[in-house]
Design a protein around this ligand. Structure first.
Ligand SMILES: NC(=O)c1ccc[n+]([C@@H]2O[C@H](COP(=O)([O-])OP(=O)(O)OC[C@H]3O[C@@H](n4cnc5c(N)ncnc54)[C@H](OP(=O)(O)O)[C@@H]3O)[C@@H](O)[C@H]2O)c1
Length: 297
């Protein structure tokens, strides 16, 4: 398959017009990129058409109008079903930004190989208001020449687009790990509000102090990365044993109020494994080595 040759003015199709697909299409239109849109529920294209997009009645119509096809759908099953709506994909570039697991992204790459498609897999890490602004964070991987050719269009989405390599699962792998961080942080935040509320603390009073915790994570993140890289876990700032004691107090307080402590108990069981293995006096980054039975310490 020859390398894709795209320029800034090449027509782009956006398949999927949920909030993110609409934001991507609107950004392309604002940048002057000829944009065709398609959505399973056609009404969602109307506002974009008013701004200059062309609405295609079918997937085939959208794909034929474009050199670069962006899929932005609910999940990989929806991507499969939309891609099945067109037959002749040979030579096209498909950029899929649908949130996926790494194995699903690699399976999509198999589909692309079988249809002679250049696949660029993307992960959008920030919400729709960031699209088209410096605050957008997008990660990309897969076919590098296709990514380079598509970059003029992808760069309109904002931020600094980074290509992570040929592995089509790479962007999804980063995305999953970062969503892990986000999901558990949201769980911790909502749990903390519930506990504070049970103790009679109003949310705004609590927030004054809770807002000081989040910035600490920045420093901890780089410190943990260094310690995990060097396999060195000094306990000079805080220790695993101390964390076990601290989280036990939180669990007991939650229990006195009848607040669900299952997530805290799961976290404590990881800490307990590290203590049992003799790492009680190590720093907290050591806990990353106790999440799977095979990599225990
Ligand atoms: N919204 C954000 O801030 C954000 C941020 C980062 C990443 N993302 C990712 O971007 C992707 C799109 O998200 P979104 O917020 O735009 O909305 P969404 O609700 O996740 O997806 C809606 C889109 O998927 C389509 N769809 C769902 N099932 C379908 C099917 N079986 N066949 C065809 N089309 C189907 C919908 O079509 P209909 O209109 O016909 O229902 C609509 O176009 C997701 O993977 C999401 O995780 C979103």
């Amino acid at each position: 398959m020859s390398d894709p040759q795209l320029t800034y003015r090449d027509p782009v199709a956006v398949l999927g017009l949920g909030p993110m697909g609409r934001a991507l299409a609107a950004t392309l239109i604002s940048a002057g990129v000829p944009t065709t849109v398609w959505n399973r529920t056609p009404d969602r294209a109307e506002a974009l058409v008013a701004r200059g997009a062309t609405a295609a009645p079918t997937v085939t119509g959208a794909v034929r109008a474009a050199t670069l096809v962006i899929t932005c759908l609910r999940n990989p099953a929806a991507v499969d079903s939309v891609l099945a709506g067109h037959d002749d994909w040979a030579g096209r570039t498909v950029v899929d930004v649908t949130t996926s697991r790494p194995d699903e992204a690699r399976r999509l790459s198999d589909w692309a190989d079988g249809h002679r498609v250049h696949l660029v897999k993307g992960a959008i890490l920030t919400p729709t208001p960031t699209i088209g602004t410096p605050a957008a964070i997008t990660l990309w991987c897969g076919d590098r020449p296709a990514f380079d050719a598509a970059l003029p269009a992808l760069a309109t989405f904002g931020g600094t687009p980074a290509h992570l390599g040929a592995d089509p699962g790479a962007a999804a792998a980063y995305d999953m790990a970062l969503l892990d961080l986000f999901g558990t942080a949201v769980s911790g935040l909502t749990h903390a509000f519930a506990l504070a509320s049970a103790e009679g603390i109003d949310p705004r009073s609590f927030a004054r102090y809770a807002a000081g915790i989040a910035p600490m994570l920045g420093e901890m993140t780089t410190r943990f990365a260094d310690q995990l890289t060097e396999e060195r876990f000094p306990g000079d700032l805080s220790t695993v044993a101390s964390a076990h004691s601290g989280i036990t107090h939180v669990i007991e307080t939650a229990d006195t109020h009848g607040i669900d402590s299952a997530v805290l108990r799961a976290a404590r069981s990881v800490i307990a494994r590290a203590v049992t293995a003799g790492h009680g006096e190590d720093g907290l980054a050591r806990l990353a080595r106790f999440l799977t039975p095979v990599r225990s310490g």
